[in-house]
Design a protein around this ligand. Structure first.
Ligand code: PLP
Length: 397
């Protein structure tokens, strides 16, 4: 008899973004040229000062176990950043360093959710949210938002979905996949609604430093007195500092939640990589000029992407206020034949675009939003130019 898997194994599907990236890689392996816009990771190298900090850490023997919740220097640097820059008074004991923000979200959900609980997730949502909620035994309650309403959850929608079992609201601004950034006023209205309930909030702010024009990110926990006592803020170095492979993320939470998250890590993974933690100290506390340069380049690409989308037949998109994604509405192509294939939904659209045009996008259905395809512009200009040329030809086929 083959070893039977636990029931839990039916709860999660492989991450669709990683699956599309794997398919793109498979085609590339066969010598097929793929213009890859599937993965959400900056194409820049990690800034040199951060790399050097990692080398220094190795050379000075920082290669052993660290405290499971992270080195005090990094926890303090994160706490100081929230206290000074975000206006959220934070102690180091509230900060837990994990193996990337995804791990922080998992541990946070493990800390506060379990069977019988409900977690409200506005759609479109980042691919991992609903599966990570299911892993805890809780039930994701997905609330659809529309393009017409700017893909934003309203307080009325939130309040209508709250039940005695609702444990958490998950919000993500700037958002992956839409790039939507809630205004301060919109988040204040949501915060006021939350405060009329017993619901906690997980606010994923991983793209906080990547906003464009006069769009400003907002740290949700700061908005109203008392909100920090029921909010878990998630962020990390992956996106801002082009450090996806280093695997450093963090949570800022009430001390009791953080204590559990640290204990969980002590049993589950022990500390995040010691060298990466020292690199992250440099990322946060060191010079920030590389961030300014990367952000300017993302802004340039965003302009280009928006201009090219405008030229694509029957495709449109809400201009992203932050992050590095364009969430393109491609639904006008459903019911048509492109590249000899019938296009019926976002999956057939993306699979056909990959097979026929060599363009890798991610289907909106993976984010709980049929009708869309996500394009990541964390890609060099040349690839973007070629990708849009190929998409344009494909759509005019
Ligand atoms: C919204 C959102 N949250 C969290 C993460 C995870 O970041 P990390 O690579 O640090 O685990 C991502 C990565 O794509 C993301 O888009």
């Amino acid at each position: 008899m083959p070893l039977a898997l636990a029931e839990r194994s039916t709860l999660i599907a492989p991450s669709a973004t990683l699956a599309m990236a794997a398919e793109a890689k498979r085609l590339k392996g066969q010598g097929i040229k793929v213009l890859d816009f599937a993965l959400g990771e900056p194409d820049f190298d990690t800034p040199a000062n951060i790399q050097r900090a990692a080398i220094r850490a190795m050379e000075s023997g920082q290669t052993h176990y660290t405290p499971p919740a992270g080195i005090p220097e990094l926890r303090s640097a994160v706490a100081e950043q929230y206290s000074k820059s975000q206006g959220l008074p934070t102690e180091a004991a509230q900060v837990v360093i994990s193996n990337g923000a995804k791990h922080s979200i998992h541990n946070a959900l493990m800390a506060v959710c379990g069977p019988g609980d409900e977690v409200i997730i506005p759609a479109p949502y980042w691919v991992s949210y609903s599966d990570l909620v299911k892993l805890t035994g809780a039930t994701p309650i997905v609330l659809e938002t529309t393009e017409a309403s700017g893909f934003k959850l309203t307080p009325t929608q939130f309040l209508a979905a709250v039940t005695p079992r609702t444990k958490l609201l998950m919000i993500n601004s700037p958002s992956n996949p839409t790039g939507v950034v809630y205004s301060r006023g919109e988040l204040e209205a949501l915060a006021d609604a939350v405060l009329t309930t017993d619901v906690g909030v997980l606010s994923d702010e991983i793209y906080e430093q990547l906003t464009y024009g006069d769009v400003q990110p907002t740290c949700f926990a700061t908005l109203r007195p008392g909100l920090a006592d029921r909010t878990i803020t998630i962020s990390g170095v992956s996106k801002t500092y082009a450090m996806t492979g280093w695997r450093i993320g963090w949570s800022v939470a009430p001390v009791s939640v953080s204590k559990f998250m640290g204990d969980l890590q002590s049993q589950e993974t022990s500390n995040p990589c010691s060298i990466s933690q020292w690199a992250a100290v440099e990322a946060i506390a060191g010079p920030q000029d590389a961030v300014v340069t990367m952000k300017a380049e993302f802004a340039r690409r965003r302009e280009y992407v928006l201009q090219r989308i405008e030229g694509l037949p029957d495709v449109h998109c809400l201009p992203p206020g932050g992050a590095f994604y364009a969430f393109m509405n491609v639904s006008a192509h459903f019911g048509r034949t492109l590249g000899g294939k019938a296009i019926t939904d976002s999956t057939s659209f993306c699979l056909t675009a990959l097979a026929q045009a060599g363009v890798a996008l991610v289907m909106g259905s993976a984010f709980g939003a049929e009708g869309f395809a996500r394009l990541s512009f964390a890609t060099d200009m040349k690839t973007l130019e070629q990708g849009f040329d190929a998409l344009d030809r494909f759509l005019r086929d």
